[in-house]
Write a protein that binds this ligand. Structure first.
Ligand SMILES: COc1ccc(OC)c(-c2cc(C(C)=O)n3cccnc23)c1
Length: 121
């Protein structure tokens, strides 16, 4: 039988896409959906050396750039930490990043991921 396109994806890619969708739900304002634009964030590219956002993470999944779950989690943390570095404490972006990081890492604990089986090993 012919596998559907989604079934042809590598198991890790399908897992990461599912995890990404769940993380994106924690960003209702879509502050993290796209790369931060220097026009809206003056001097951003001078302060943040390694920008990251959900659309870039999705592209990296599609390009099979993530060799492991840990690499995926590192990019998620980078994205949140960038926002907490550039934006002052108390700003909506700093608060959104702290909330997103906290909620996201709770979804990525071994207890939550163990049921997904041995594709993580
Ligand atoms: C107000 O609406 C938007 C829409 C998209 C954004 O980034 C993709 C942002 C945004 C996202 C950020 C972050 C994540 O630092 N940011 C910082 C300064 C100014 N704007 C932003 C805001």
């Amino acid at each position: 039988c012919v596998l559907k396109a989604s079934q042809k994806r590598r198991p890790l890619s399908r897992l990461l896409e599912q995890l990404l969708r769940n993380l994106e739900k924690r960003d209702p304002n879509q502050f993290f959906a796209w790369p931060v634009n220097d026009n809206f964030a003056p001097g951003y590219s001078n302060v943040i050396r390694r920008p990251m956002d959900f659309s870039t993470m999705k592209q990296k999944i599609d390009d099979n750039e993530y060799r492991s779950l840990n690499c995926f989690i590192s990019d998620f943390k980078l994205m949140c930490n960038n926002a907490m570095k550039y934006n002052k404490t108390g700003t909506i972006y700093h608060k959104a990043a702290r909330r997103l990081l906290h909620a996201g890492l709770k979804q990525l604990t071994p207890q939550k991921l163990r049921p997904l089986g041995d594709i993580l090993t």
